[in-house]
Each structure stands twice: as C-alpha cells, then as structure tokens.
Ligand binder design. Structure first.
Ligand code: SAM
Ligand code: SF4
Length: 326
C-alpha cells in the first residue's frame, strides 16, 4: 500500500483496549477516562479480520498496544489467531511490563516475536510519582521473563524535565546490563502530555556524551532497524546502542510507514491527526472484504504528509494517548 505522499505503509499498531492498570501522568488522566462499553470495542474476531485484510493489503508488522495490552482478555488467543491467519506477519507488543512475567511464555508459544517495555525510571519513588503504582519490581521481573523467553526486547523511556531527568544514566546502565536496546522517546503534546515538559533528544545526547564520550549515528540499514522512527547512536564508552525517537525535534514523517487501529475499530491515518475511517461500522453492517479493502486504499491516499507538533500546537485529535496506543 502506498499513500498519497509515496510512502509504503506496511506497519499497523493496534490499540486492543483503552484500559490500563497504571496511570502514567503524561498519558492517562488521574481520574481515568470514560472507557468504551464492551459492545463498542472490537471483538477478537473483528481485530483478526481487519488485521487479515490489512495484511493482504501489504501490512507486514503488527504491534499490539493499548491502553495496556496485557489487561486485554484473550490476548494470547488473539496472538495465536493472528499468527494462524497470517504466518508471515511479524507480531510485536508494547507493554508497561507489570503483568508480563505471567504471560511471557504463553505469548512466545502463540507467535509473538518482540516486546517493547516502557520504563521511565528505576527508582521506586519516581515510579510511583509517574505511574501512581508500586509495581516497579513486577515490571523488572517482566523484562527478565521476556529476555529469558528469547523475545527481542527493547525499552522505551520518556524523560520529563524535573521528574525523571536523573534516570537517564541508570536506565542506560540497566539496559546494557540486561543486554537490551533502550530508546528515548520525546514527550508529545498529546492528551495529558501537554501538561509536562519533555527533554529534547539533543539534550539527552549531551548528557550521554558527558558520561560515555562522543557519539556517532549508526546507519539504520547496517543494523536492520529499517524505516522505524528511531535513530540509533553509539557512544565511545557504552557497549550497546541507544535509540532516539524525536517526533518534535527531528521530524520523521517523511519515513512514516504506519497506520493505527483503535479498540473502537477506527483506522487512524496519523497519530496527531483525527482523520481516519470507522471500520467497525462497515464490518458490522455486513461489508465484504473487497469493499473494506477499497475503503482502506482510498483512506491511505489521504494520510497526512506530516504531523503539526512542530508548529507549536498540540494534537488535533481529542483522544488521549491511552486511547490511541502511542
Ligand atoms: N501501556 C503500554 C505501555 O505503556 O507501553 C502501551 C500503551 S502506551 C500509550 C505506549 C507508549 O506511549 C509508552 O511507551 C508511553 O510511554 C508512550 N506515551 C504515552 N503518552 C505519551 C506522550 N504524550 N508522548 C510520548 N510518548 C507517550
Ligand atoms: Fe498505561 Fe501505558 Fe499509558 Fe502508562 S503509558 S498509563 S502504562 S497506557
């Protein structure tokens, strides 16, 4: 599938649920959100049908996210079904990790290949400040289980000024000790994110160079990270590589290869922009696969060329990150 700007679209993020067991303050309002009613959420079969249609249209990788995907009932069955309908599909998940240790083995057998775990701090007090929870140990146990199961594991960290700046070096040390990649993601002004100040990637690179010495960007083709948004750097005195996802300071829209399906069955064309199509209504009103394929092809053509965060604004979509899936 090629969009109106000539970009190949081959990556789908599916937000399986708008529910989450944590309350990260830059993602989910403290008071929570109005959750979708059961009937408003796609069934497992509907998720699988849409993913199957999209894979026939050229989607090669699916990332399961949320809310928290591990609170979704039937997650392991869903992975198994996705793997079954499309054995070539690369199935990945992004999770807060707190429930991961209990699911890692089953998910591996079901066909999940890779797990990204969000980890913003290694300090239990800061963890409580950011997430509202005491689950740091469970998250670390989850990361350990995922590594033991042989998943490709990556850590994603959002650094907030005045909250977890001191965690940058402990996080890199932890990643190298655990043998996993770490990526720093710039805070985006989406939903509750507007209330905080993120730290731009260049400032993080400076902190890391002060500690580990000079750094150089790694050629993404040489490390097989393909067209993803992360730019990786190696630092003279650091054994691994560190990724930077910089939607604000170094836009990557010209490389964008992704679309998003919300748990309400809305196919979103851009993280920041509200445009998209309501696939749930089409599915439930009896549309056939060919009709749905044509709707998707038409929608992809109008995928926005770029987000507009850089213009100083916040996202035009009213949805919170917990509802979109990051
Ligand atoms: N619950 C799962 C988790 O935390 O990994 C999956 C969903 S969460 C919305 C996906 C990612 O979005 C997390 O890494 C989180 O840190 C990130 N995120 C949430 N709000 C954000 C924001 N305003 N800017 C940048 N990243 C954000
Ligand atoms: Fe939940 Fe993930 Fe959002 Fe944190 S970032 S509140 S874990 S959905």
């Amino acid at each position: 599938m090629t969009d109106g700007s000539g970009r190949e679209i081959d990556y789908l993020r599916i937000s399986l649920t708008d529910k989450c067991n944590l309350r990260c303050e830059y993602c989910m309002p403290k008071e929570g959100i109005r959750h979708l009613e059961h009937k408003e959420v796609l069934s497992l079969e509907e998720f699988v049908r849409i993913a199957g249609i999209l894979s026939e249209l050229g989607i090669k990788r699916v990332r399961l996210t949320g809310g928290e995907p591990l609170v979704k009932k039937g997650l392991t069955d869903l992975v198994r079904m996705l793997h079954h309908i499309s054995p070539g599909l690369d199935i990945c998940m992004t999770t807060n990790g707190s429930l991961l240790s209990g699911f890692a083995h089953g998910l591996k057998i079901a066909g999940l290949r890779s797990v990204n775990v969000s980890l913003d701090t290694l300090d239990p007090v800061t963890f409580k400040t950011i997430t509202g929870s005491d689950d740091l140990k469970s998250v670390l146990d989850g990361i350990g289980s995922a590594v033991d199961e042989g998943f490709e594991v990556r850590l994603n960290s959002v650094i907030l000024r005045g909250i977890n700046e001191d965690d940058v070096i402990p996080l890199t040390e932890y990643a190298s000790k655990t043998g996993v990649d770490l990526r720093f993601i710039e805070l985006m002004p989406i939903g509750c994110g507007v209330r905080f100040e993120g730290i731009p990637s260049d400032e993080l690179v400076k902190i890391l160079e002060d500690r580990y010495g000079i750094s150089q960007e790694v050629d993404s083709d040489s490390i097989g990270t393909g067209r993803g948004p992360a730019v990786y750097r190696r630092f003279a005195g650091y054994p691994g590589r560190i990724g930077f996802i910089s939607p604000l300071s170094h836009g990557f829209c010209e490389r964008c290869n992704r679309i998003r399906l919300t748990s309400a069955g809305f196919l979103k064309l851009c993280l920041e922009h509200p445009d998209g199509i309501d696939l749930k209504s089409s599915l439930r009103s009896g549309a056939g696969d060919d009709e749905i394929k044509e709707m998707i092809r038409q929608a992809i053509l109008r995928k926005p060329a770029a987000h507009r965060f850089a213009a100083g604004g916040s996202a035009e979509d009213d949805r919170k990150m917990v509802q979109i899936g990051g």
